[in-house]
Design a protein. Structure first.
Lengths: 515, 178
């Protein structure tokens, strides 16, 4: 099976994105992964499913991206032997995804180096797999004390610093185990999964309409991206065609989400480099965006505004004028603040060469999204696989090769400016017409995939439909899955006090990967 | 340095010069700030614990620190250690994986202590659990299922103003729900 033949032999999924799906055997599975890696492609997501309702055992799925689009491979797995070949030697980022599949569905990657649990702590026994169909999601087990075999580093002068899950200031929970000599970090090991609240299982008790609200709450700072990806998946299985005006408004919302997140991060990055001025200034701008969102669309973070079939909001000429005015103001202020950051010796001293991931290492480890683009990994769904309205906009992707905090800051500045340009272009040609198409009930056992470039990177929502417009399996995938393990490499050789700065420059999601 | 000073002067004090559109909100914010100050006299320290949120509520807690709400300017400060805290601000349904950490954090806060549960999930478990059940294999549901709560602030997410109102209610003696 050749990679360049897949567009002919696989089924093209209906809908906005170039995605093909096919069933493979274990040999083809590994072989195609190797071809994608060899051709410079990447792994976007890996997940499992329990197919016992149709007597088909289990299945392991991967979503791969190559130059021509996305290929979703399904590998059937026998119920009697719940195992599949490891691919973490091909795609570094697969390791934690495989460990999560073992926790949640009980399928094991044969040959994988790391077989430790990942999303499971001590709230359910190791022989219980919550995403199996015979497991009732409301079953409660007594919580026990967790024991996790961290890798320990020994040697003269080495000591450990253990941080979290309740750590730093206002931040999501996670545990970081640093092995250090003096102030210098030899090794960092992350322990995540603290926020696991059974989102994937919960989806299976909802119908497609109810699922939209939950999709918008997988990761609050990326609610627009998730809601859009979910809508794309539903539209793919139901054949609903969102009207052009709705698509244009979705892009406006997505770019506003990118703008407010980048503004917030730029403020915190200044703050973490001891320039409190940066925090004060950027967070004024962020608050102005949030207030405008609330005023025009009825929600500060734009939750529940993208719905399957279209959007649940509109924009009148005064609203458009309001956005344009705010953009002019933002642009002017951001330019001033960028000059200040650029010229500030103290800030640049902290930013430059800190937390460096060189392009070679980034490619090897599969660094993706915003941090990927700051390390020469030129991937942006909006530019490479543009759906409407991006197909009319010629999105300019921001990439840099230095791979340090400074590069991740520059990418944010450039993407901010680009998002403003895109919103102006969209508003200049905002199509008139309907806001929402009728969404029919979905057929049973259909596959739909949504794929959206959120501000962190690509968000994937994979939907297998069930009976009565229900959900058989839904897997949402956050780019943080790929990037958390790379953060462990970015910190090596840096000093402990630079960790908050490096961590913030990646700004990865805990909620999005813990599910 | 000249640029920074120029920008600071140009920006002015946002806490006192609200944008026109949010005038009504602003008036309430100022009244709330005054009342909070009246009650706490000098200072209130808060430890935020994200016990499993989607991160939405946490964004609004971050916003409390921006120049518009300027909560630190009132003497309300977010601290890193629960041992330095008067109040816990807890977001999310409590995931079972955070149950032990939340209880330990609560125990570490010296008496007298206050707890404000934040957001629809903190109030009733939110969208992550079946409504009639209120918990699942991975979520303990609402915050008061795990630790005593003084005030619960609903909203998805609650606005910064709603959060300030909740904090004020807790200080002035909210009703404790076990």
């Amino acid at each position: 099976m050749k990679l360049d033949e897949l567009t002919a032999t696989f089924n093209k999924l209906p809908g906005a994105m170039p995605i093909w799906h096919g069933t493979v055997d274990a040999t083809q599975f590994r072989n195609l992964c190797e071809q994608v890696k060899h051709d410079g492609g990447k792994l976007v997501a890996l997940w499992g499913s329990d197919e016992s309702p149709c007597d088909a055992g289990y299945a392991l799925h991967v979503a791969l991206v190559a130059a021509s689009g996305m290929f979703c491979l399904t590998l059937p797995v026998k119920a009697g032997r719940p195992a599949y070949p490891d691919i973490s030697d091909i795609f570094f980022g697969a390791s934690r995804m495989q460990r999560a599949v073992a926790d949640l569905i009980g399928l094991h990657a044969i040959g994988a180096d790391d077989q430790r649990k990942w999303l499971r702590h001590a709230s359910w026994p190791d022989n219980v797999h919550p995403l199996r169909k015979n497991f009732d999601g409301n079953t409660v087990f007594p919580t026990e004390t967790d024991a996790y075999p961290f890798v320990s580093v020994s040697g003269e002068g080495v000591h450990e610093i253990a941080v979290g899950p309740v750590h730093a200031g206002t931040i999501e929970p996670g545990h970081f185990r640093f092995s250090v000599i003096g102030d210098r970090v030899l090794r960092l090991e992350e322990r995540l999964g603290y926020k696991h609240k059974g989102i994937e299982k919960r989806f299976e008790s909802l119908n497609l309409e109810q699922g939209a609200k939950l999709a918008g709450r997988i990761c609050g700072d990326s609610t627009v991206a998730y809601a859009w990806a979910y809508a794309q998946a539903v539209e793919s299985v139901t054949g609903a065609m969102p009207p052009p005006r709705a698509l244009a408004l979705r892009a406006v919302l997505l770019e506003l989400e990118r703008i407010h997140n980048h503004l917030g991060d730029l403020g915190y990055l200044g703050n973490d480099a001891a320039l409190a001025f940066g925090f004060a200034q950027f967070w004024i701008l962020k608050e102005e965006v949030l207030r405008m969102n609330n005023e025009l669309f009825g929600h500060r973070y734009l939750m529940d505004k993208i719905v399957p079939g279209g959007v649940a909001c509109d924009l009148d000429p005064q609203g458009m004028e309001r956005i344009l005015q705010l953009l002019s103001h933002l642009e002017q202020e951001v330019r001033i603040l960028k000059d200040i950051y650029d010229e500030h010796a103290g800030v640049q001293d902290r930013f430059l060469t800190t937390g460096r991931v060189m392009p070679d290492l980034a490619a090897q480890l599969g660094l993706t999204g915003l941090p990927g683009r700051a390390s020469g990994q030129a991937w942006d769904v909006r530019a490479q696989f543009p759906c409407a309205p991006y197909d009319q906009l010629e999105v300019r992707m921001a990439t840099h090769r230095n791979g340090d905090v400074a590069a991740r800051v520059i990418v944010r500045f450039e993407e901010l400016m680009e998002s403003m340009r895109l919103i102006r272009l969209i508003l200049a040609k905002l199509p008139a017409g309907e806001l929402r198409a009728t969404v029919a009930d979905a057929p049973e056992n259909a596959l739909g995939i949504g794929w959206v470039e959120g501000w962190r990177g690509e968000i994937l929502v994979v939907l297998h439909t069930g009976k009565n417009n229900g959900i058989h399996r839904l897997h949402p995938h956050d780019p943080s899955w790929q990037n958390w393990p790379v953060l462990e490499h970015a910190i090596i050789g840096n000093i402990v006090p630079d960790f908050p700065l490096i961590n913030k420059s990646f700004n990865l999601s805990y909620a999005g990967q813990d599910l | 340095m000249y640029q920074i000073i120029r920008q600071i002067l140009k920006t002015g004090i946002k806490t006192e010069t609200p944008p026109q559109a949010d005038d009504a909100l602003r008036v309430e914010a100022q009244r709330l700030q005054k009342e909070i100050l009246g009650h706490i006299g000098r200072a209130l320290t808060i430890r935020h614990v994200d016990a499993g949120s989607c991160n939405g509520c946490d964004l609004e807690i971050h916003a409390l620190n921006n120049a518009y709400y300027n909560i630190e300017g009132l003497g309300i400060k977010f601290v890193a250690s629960p041992r330095h805290a008067d109040m816990l601000l807890v977001t999310g349904p409590v995931s079972r994986h955070m149950e032990v950490a939340l209880k330990r954090t609560y125990d570490a806060v010296p008496e007298p202590k206050l707890v404000v549960a934040v957001g629809d999930c903190g109030c009733d478990g939110g969208i992550f659990c079946t409504e009639s059940v209120g918990e699942n294999y991975a979520s303990c549901g609402k915050v008061s299922n795990v630790i005593p709560v003084d005030v619960a602030v609903s909203g998805c997410p609650p606005t910064p103003i709603a959060l300030m109102r909740g904090i004020l209610t807790a200080i002035t003696g909210g009703t404790r729900s076990a």
